[in-house]
Design a protein around this ligand. Structure first.
Ligand code: ATP
Ligand code: MG
Length: 423
C-alpha cells in the first residue's frame, strides 16, 4: 500500500545544482553548433517501432534487446521510445521534404531510451546532443563533423579524447567482406560463443564487435574490410585523413571499428577517453548514405554523430574549465512597507541590466532576510529600506568579501553591480 515511490531504475532526476551544470553545457554546445551553421530540430520521443527496425537493423543490440517497445493500448499501434535520433531525423526530413532546396545541417538535444544494465555512464534514459549533415556526400563534411568536435574539446578544456576512425566502404564491398567473414567463422565454428554463433547467420560483422576476451585472437585474424575496399571508398577515406592531418588532428585508423548500428557506410568514428572507466566512448558517428532510401526517401548522402551528455558532463566536471552555477548574483532584501513594493522596481531594473536576482519573498525581519541572502550563495545583497526607497536609492553589500556597504542611486546600480561582479 505504502510502497515508497521512486524514479524508474536507470532513469535519473536532475536536481537544481546539477541542472545548472547541464544548462551551462547546453548553452556552450548550442552556441558552438550555431557557429557551424547547424540548426535545431525536435522530433517526438515516441516513434513507430518499425522505423527503428528498418533503420537500425533487427539484429543489432539496440533493436534486439535495448528498446522500450509497447503496444498502444488504445489503438494497438506498435510504438517505441526512441533509442537514438538519427532514424527519427531522417524520417522527419523525408516526411517534410526538408531537403527540397539542398543540404541541411541539423542538430538535436534530448533524452534517448535504452534498456541496458545501469552503471556509471550508462543509463536507461540518457541524453544526447547530435548533428546530422543531410545531403552532403563528403568527405569535406565528414571532416567538418570531426573538426568541430576537436574544437569543442579545446573549448571545454578537455584533454585525452582520442579519435578512432574506420572506413566501412560501400554495401557491395561490405557484402564481399561479409562472405569472406562467414567463410572464416564457419570454418572455426567450434571457437565461437553462443552470441557470436547466433550473429554468424544474422549479422556476422557484429562478431567483430564482441567484447568476449576469448574471441579476440580469432577476431584479430579475421579477414579485414580494408582489403575489400575499392578506389572510390579508399579515396574518400584518404581525403578525409588528409583534411584531418592538415588541421593537426591526431587519429588512429581502427579497422575493427564497426559501430553498433547497421546503417553506416564509408566513414565511421568514435571519440574515446580513458578517463571514464568502462564507458569511454564520448561520441560516435559516421556516414549513412543508404538510410534515406531504406526509409522510403530519395537516395541522399548524409552523416552525423551523437554525443552522450552524461559522459561529456562527467569529463567537464573532472577536468573542464568549470561549469555555470545556479546561484544568482544578487539577493534582494527589503524592509518596510514602501521598500517591499519598491523592491519589484529594483529587481526589474537589475534584470534589465542582465543581473540575475532572487527577490526575497515572505517578509520577515531584516536579520532573517540577510541570513537567507547569505545562505543563497549570492555574491551581493542589494538592500532597500523605506529610507532608500523614498530617495530612489539602494544599498549594496558584498556578501563574500565583506567590506564597506555602498549606497547608490538606482539608475546607476545595474552598472555598479556588473562592475563588482567582474572584479
Ligand atoms: P556504447 O558502446 O557505450 O554502448 P553506443 O555505440 O551504443 O555506445 P551510440 O549509439 O553511438 O552509442 O550513441 C552515441 C553516444 O551516446 C555514445 O558514445 C555514448 O556517449 C552515449 N550513450 C549511448 N548509450 C548510452 C547509455 N545507455 N547511457 C549513457 N550514454 C549513452
Ligand atoms: Mg550501446
Amino acid at each position: 500500500m505504502n510502497e515508497k515511490l521512486q524514479a524508474v531504475r536507470g532513469m535519473n532526476d536532475i536536481l537544481p545544482e546539477d541542472a545548472a551544470r547541464w544548462e551551462y553545457l547546453e548553452d556552450v554546445l548550442r552556441n558552438w553548433l550555431r557557429s557551424y551553421g547547424y540548426r535545431n530540430v525536435r522530433t517526438p520521443l515516441v516513434e513507430h517501432t518499425r522505423l527503428f527496425h528498418r533503420a537500425i537493423g533487427g539484429a543489432t543490440d539496440i533493436v534486439e534487446k535495448e528498446m522500450y517497445s509497447f503496444e498502444d493500448s488504445l489503438n494497438g499501434e506498435h510504438l517505441s521510445l526512441r533509442p537514438e535520433s538519427t532514424a527519427p531525423t531522417v524520417r522527419m526530413a523525408i516526411e517534410h521534404n526538408l531537403l527540397h532546396s539542398g543540404g541541411q545541417r541539423l542538430y538535436y538535444f534530448g533524452p534517448m531510451f535504452r534498456h541496458e544494465r545501469p552503471q556509471k555512464g550508462r543509463y536507461r534514459q540518457f541524453h544526447q546532443v547530435g548533428v546530422e549533415a543531410l545531403g552532403y556526400p563528403g568527405p569535406d563534411v565528414d571532416a567538418e563533423l570531426l573538426l568541430m568536435c576537436h574544437r569543442l574539446w579545446g573549448m571545454l578544456g578537455l584533454t585525452g579524447i582520442r579519435l578512432e576512425l574506420n572506413c566501412l566502404g560501400s554495401p557491395m564491398e561490405r557484402a564481399a567482406h561479409r562472405t569472406a567473414l562467414v567463410e572464416y567463422f564457419n570454418s572455426r565454428k567450434n571457437l565461437l560463443d553462443e552470441d557470436s554463433t547466433r550473429r554468424l547467420s544474422l549479422n556476422p560483422l557484429r562478431i567483430l564487435d564482441s567484447k568476449n576476451p576469448d574471441l579476440q585472437a580469432l577476431i584479430e585474424d579475421a579477414p579485414r574490410l580494408t582489403d575489400y575496399l575499392g578506389t572510390d571508398s579508399l579515396s574518400h577515406f584518404n581525403e578525409l585523413q588528409e583534411i584531418l592531418s592538415d588541421a593537426g588532428i591526431e587519429f588512429r585508423v581502427n579497422s575493427r571499428l564497426v559501430r553498433g548500428l547497421d546503417y553506416y557506410n564509408l566513414t565511421v568514428f568514435e571519440w574515446v577517453t580513458d578517463k571514464l572507466g568502462a564507458q569511454g566512448t564520448v561520441c560516435g558517428g559516421g556516414r549513412y548514405d543508404g538510410l534515406f532510401e531504406q526509409l522510403g526517401g530519395k537516395s541522399t548522402p548524409a552523416c552525423g554523430w551523437a554525443m552522450g551528455m552524461e559522459r561529456l558532463l562527467s569529463l567537464v566536471e573532472a577536468e573542464g574549465h568549470g561549469l555555470g552555477s545556479a546561484v544568482p548574483a544578487v539577493y534582494l532584501v527589503s524592509q518596510g512597507e514602501f521598500a517591499r513594493r519598491y523592491a519589484f522596481k529594483v529587481s526589474g531594473v537589475l534584470r534589465a541590466c542582465g543581473v540575475s536576482v532572487i527577490q526575497h519573498c515572505g517578509g520577515g525581519s531584516f536579520k532573517s532576510q540577510m541570513k537567507k541572502a547569505d545562505g543563497s550563495g549570492a555574491r551581493l545583497a542589494v538592500i532597500i529600506g523605506d529610507n532608500e526607497a523614498l530617495r530612489d536609492e539602494v544599498t549594496i553589500k558584498d556578501l563574500r568579501t565583506g567590506g564597506d556597504q555602498l549606497r547608490l542611486r538606482l539608475d546607476v546600480t545595474g552598472q555598479a553591480v556588473m562592475m563588482k561582479l567582474h572584479q
